[in-house]
Design a protein around this ligand. Structure first.
Ligand SMILES: Cc1ncc(COP(=O)(O)O)c(C=O)c1O
Length: 387
């Protein structure tokens, strides 16, 4: 018999879809994959060259479990320069992606039965991590009318004496929503009043299209002391497979999270860490170009969608996803997002992620981490399918 915790884990919603997409592709059907969750760009060359040199020089030993000091210094500099956040090198934890830090944070803060507030739509991993740690996710709706940005008032309604942690994710995966600064102030005040920790997942923070990003922990010392600022190289530098995530964490908690990670994963890949120093300290030109390209794709994709009958789509402020509401096309054959995604796959040959995976059932997630050509083809197929 398996443990109660592991039995609570939900099967990946994208798995069966991917399997089906794979089968159709094998049959020679041209599926356009709009379900991707990673940049389609190549890792910038300066980063690759540093990694190549490090490998040639034979850097292969263990590093400190929470990352090389030089990398933590580079991260500390990035936080200061770009986010107005002061973290000492000992308050920075580097891991094999942002994912293990997320898990270790919930593990470090929550006892079985504690509650973690998660705004929905949410990134798929949060609820499962929370349940795996024996805690309970409590969902709060980020309303579409409010461009999917969560409000302090909505969060306040879900607070109980068991609430330990709030997870914020902006720009959001899957909606691209960014919480306005004034709302972050209210959320910070609320969390301080109720002694609730915040895990601020800022992994898409550089991929913003209109406004400057604002980190909640930069609001003041009190909230800094209750916040884990989570980030990583996966999205900004198109390095998802290199597995480097990092976080700024108040010292005592950083020690505990670092300690847990030292037993679970040990240090993140040594070569990728050395390359990560170049990513953060080296030229940011390629990142600037990628952001411009994402923005152009977002605009053309949104424009195209707006011309298709019955599709409503909130304009995302960041990240690389659109989260259109397709519910006006629901009928007796298509009654939910899973059926919609299946029909899109089998009949329109478009792979999209059903909203059910993110906690809403009227939407699908379409990624624009793919070429303009594919976006155009996707629009043509959608037009034909819904037309
Ligand atoms: C919102 C969000 N947070 C964290 C991650 C995890 O990133 P990493 O590759 O650093 O583990 C992802 C990846 O899809 C994400 O979308």
């Amino acid at each position: 018999m398996l443990s109660e915790r592991i039995q609570k884990m939900t099967p990946s919603a994208t798995l069966s879809l991917n399997q089906k997409a794979g089968e159709l592709t094998k049959q020679g059907i041209d599926i356009i994959n709009m379900a991707v969750g990673q940049p389609d760009f190549q890792v910038p060359e300066n980063i690759r060259l540093v990694a190549e040199k490090a490998a040639r020089e034979g850097h292969g030993k263990y590093t400190p479990a929470t990352g090389k000091i030089e990398l933590r210094q580079a991260i500390s500099g990035k936080f200061k320069r770009e986010n107005n956040l002061k973290y000492d090198v000992n308050e920075i934890v580097v891991a094999s992606g942002a994912k293990p830090i997320l898990f270790a944070t919930v593990l470090a803060l929550c006892n079985p039965g504690d509650e973690v507030i998660v705004p929905a739509p949410y990134w798929v991993t949060y609820p499962d991590d929370i349940r795996l740690c024996g805690a309970n996710p409590v969902f709060v709706e980020a309303r579409e009318e409010n461009k999917f940005a969560i409000t302090a008032d909505a969060i306040a309604e879900k607070i109980t004496d068991k609430t330990r942690l709030l997870i914020l994710n902006d720009p959001s995966n899957p909606t691209g929503a960014i919480i306005p600064k004034e709302e972050k102030e209210k959320i910070a005040e609320l969390c301080l009043k109720h002694n609730i920790w915040i895990l601020s997942d800022e992994i898409y923070e550089r991929l913003v299209f209109e406004e400057e990003y604002f980190s909640i922990a930069s609001l003041g010392e009190d909230i800094w002391n209750k916040t884990i600022t989570l980030n990583g190289l996966s999205k900004t530098y198109a390095m998802p497979g290199w597995r480097i995530g990092y976080a700024g964490i108040p010292l005592e908690l950083a020690k505990k999270i670092g300690g847990a990670l030292s037993h679970i994963t040990g240090n993140p890949n040594t070569i990728a860490q050395i390359a990560g120093i170049e990513a953060l300290n080296g030229s940011q030109d390629e990142v600037g170009k990628m952001i411009q390209i994402y923005k152009k794709r977002r605009d053309m994709f949104l424009d195209g969608l707006s011309k298709i009958e019955g599709i409503k789509c909130v304009k995302p402020g960041g990240a690389f996803y659109l989260y259109p509401n397709l519910s006006s096309h629901y009928d007796s054959n298509i009654t939910n997002s899973t059926q919609m995604a299946e029909k899109l796959l089998v009949e329109a040959h478009i792979a999209a992620v059903p909203g059910a995976a993110f906690g809403t059932d009227e939407h699908v997630r379409l990624s624009f981490a793919t070429s303009e050509e594919k976006i155009n083809e996707c629009l043509i197929r959608l037009e034909k399918f819904f037309g």
